[in-house]
Design a protein around this ligand. Sequence first.
Ligand code: NDP
Length: 327
Amino acid sequence: MFQAIVIDKDSERQWAELKTLDESQLPPGDVTVRVSHSTLNYKDGLAITGRSPVVRKFPMVPGIDLVGEVESSSHPDYQAGDWVILNGWGVGESHWGGLAQKARLNGHWLVPLPQAFTPQQAMAIGTAGYTAMLCVLALERQGVRPEHGEIVVTGAAGGVGSVAIALLAQLGYRVVAVTGRPGDADYLQQLGAVEVLDRALFSAPGKPLAKERWAGAVDVVGSQVLANVCASTRYRGVVTACGLAGGMDLPATVAPFILRGVTLVGIDSVMCPREERLVAWQRLASDLKLDKLGLLSHDIGLGQAIETAHQLLQGTVRGRVVVDVNA
Ligand code: NDP
């Protein structure tokens, strides 16, 4: 028997509750994992609260990422005792996920836990941090270097934003944080931001082209904020777009792209090929200062996950939330 958060629905409503399940109920898969930690990402918030139709099968155990020890495996790459990480692949959406003490998964979804991290630290990074690294890798691939100028990070006090600031600052970039919580300026500066701007400056409809400022961007907000970031990106600058915390729309013009040669790069962590995941986790191991992880994360137990998911969507949770599923 094991404990798990379970999302279910009937004809009238959808709900989430902490339940005790039997191992025989686990979905098919070639690796069974004793989960140590999971996390709460924005998507987990959407799933648990039911605010967006993230869950595609019911009942569902949410949790788009996890770290744990392999209990049994028929996959050639893994054996009992190995420590593994899972991010995405539809887990927590269409396959039972990490907010549970046990998971059964497909071996080709897993990556080994890097030696640099404890299980808790791996989940302090989690899918949000791995996505931040994918954004950094994309900026590098497009040729953005620290000497080219400032990088703007939106949704800065959230999970992706916090890790992106810590990573970019460590790599020598001058990072400007955009937040709806100017009261968190100290926190953002401790992570490495050199300047903190109020999100209100980016939230109203702006001109197709604004004053050129950013050499690069990591945007988790979408909508009007992303449009204004593109409009204020410098000639041949690069904007990575990974989120929709402010909305799915993009009320922009083509002006930044055709007059300034701005590149808009889409970032997806869910179906990202395994080779790139391995690179991202290796780079996280080498480039992310562990003391920053302590600053940007806090731990909760499985029993607090539902309540915290609601707070996450209200935008009141800072940084990353690690869920110790055995606490
Ligand atoms: P968090 O909730 O931790 O952070 C989101 C941040 O966005 C908030 O902290 C807040 O930052 C800002 N924000 C929240 N609501 C609004 C709003 N209405 N308007 C403008 N800004 C807002 O979420 P995550 O960091 O986990 O995820 C961020 C986004 O990235 C989500 O949309 C998520 O779905 C997406 N994502 C995408 C992935 C991919 O593969 N493409 C993978 C992981 C995440 P502040 O208070 O500082 O303004």
